[in-house]
Design a protein around this ligand. Structure first.
Ligand SMILES: Cc1cc2nc3c(=O)[nH]c(=O)nc-3n(C[C@H](O)[C@H](O)[C@H](O)COP(=O)(O)OP(=O)(O)OC[C@H]3O[C@@H](n4cnc5c(N)ncnc54)[C@H](O)[C@@H]3O)c2cc1C
Length: 292
């Protein structure tokens, strides 16, 4: 594993704009951003914070909704040292938590390793996907995870075996730790590229990539998609300020032009109200809110 464990001054950045760190492209300032370059950095950080609620942990920022212009807690992000792929054996890879899914997909295409094709195109990090149990076309990322290494609240590194990782729709028992790496097990196949292209095509047909978004805003209720319910309420295209319900996918809110968190909140409130009025269903949010 190529993580740097030397002792150095903590990498603390001040007044960082988060616009490029969240896929909704909302403007917000993090008064302090702590960039971890080693597991020692993370242990030290975890030991210093009083509780897990005292900071925001940022992956690729593709599922977060930042509600305030200025945050009141530090943001922790894993540095490039946590972005790597290493071969463990012929079918297993050790992957750093900050590694972009796109990088892993490219590697698995080169190496004929099957397993992640259904998830191709999700603009996320492996750590964030494990925390949220990202899934797509019936494939859950956590189903491939054999073992994970995490930092727990006491700052200790814990190795968690597959049998101890519990997960369900968008929930994971790893969501309350700092995930640092995982071992994923694949199958061998020679049609990985074709499968990736096919699932990417389906994703591009269904999802809206024309403007910034955080993917689906709501979880799907049992046996029905939230996007279908939103569409049936006539809300596709509903616009408030710079934010709009995508015309392509009812469960996407896109940032058409300099959207504000208030615009998005207003749309979310209207969607919830209309869907409840018409179908008696209370939609549950999938996005992770960062709110003071
Ligand atoms: C265009 C688009 C399409 C999408 N399609 C899908 C889809 O098909 N399926 C799906 O499931 N999701 C989808 N998403 C949503 C999103 O990509 C996933 O929820 C993803 O898991 C978020 O990963 P991230 O690295 O961006 O995490 P972030 O958004 O940065 O963080 C999300 C949560 O994970 C936590 N987290 C991040 N890194 C770590 C870590 N190392 N350790 C512990 N916790 C961590 C954060 O604290 C936060 O609570 C989509 C999003 C977009 C923008």
């Amino acid at each position: 594993m190529n993580m740097d464990v030397r002792t150095h001054k903590p990498d603390v950045r001040k007044k960082v704009s988060l616009k490029i760190f969240n896929t909704l492209r909302l403007e917000a300032i993090a008064p302090i951003m702590f960039v971890a370059h080693s597991t020692d950095d993370l242990s030290e950080f975890a030991k210093r914070v009083c509780s897990w609620d005292d900071f925001y942990l940022l992956g690729a920022g593709s599922n977060i909704f930042i509600e305030n212009d200025i945050l009141n807690k530090p943001v922790l992000i894993l540095g490039k040292e946590f972005s790597y792929i290493e071969r463990v054996d012929s079918l297993s890879l050790e992957i750093g938590a900050a590694t972009a899914l796109s990088k892993v997909i490219s590697y698995t295409i080169e190496q004929n390793l099957r397993g992640l094709e259904e998830l191709a195109g999700i603009p996320a990090s492996i750590g964030g996907m494990m925390a949220c149990n990202a899934s797509s076309f019936g494939k859950e990322l956590l189903s491939l995870v054999e073992e994970a290494a995490v930092i727990d609240e006491s700052g200790e590194i814990k190795h968690v075996k597959k049998s101890d990782i519990r997960y369900s729709y968008r929930r994971s028992s790893l969501e309350n730790c700092i995930i640092i790496k995982a071992i994923l097990r694949f199958d061998e196949a020679c049609d990985v590229r074709e499968k990736v292209i096919s699932y990417l095509g389906k994703r591009l047909d269904m999802q809206d990539f024309s403007y910034p978004s955080a993917g689906c805003i709501f979880k799907n209720p049992l046996n029905v998609s939230a996007g279908y319910l939103i569409d049936k309420c006539g809300l596709k295209g509903f616009r408030v300020g710079g934010a709009q319900v995508s015309l392509k996918h009812g469960n996407f809110i896109i940032n058409r032009a300099d959207a504000k968190a208030g615009d998005i909140n207003y749309i979310i409130a209207v969607i919830k109200e209309r869907v409840n009025e018409r179908f008696g269903i209370i939609l549950e949010e999938e996005i992770v809110r960062w709110k003071i």
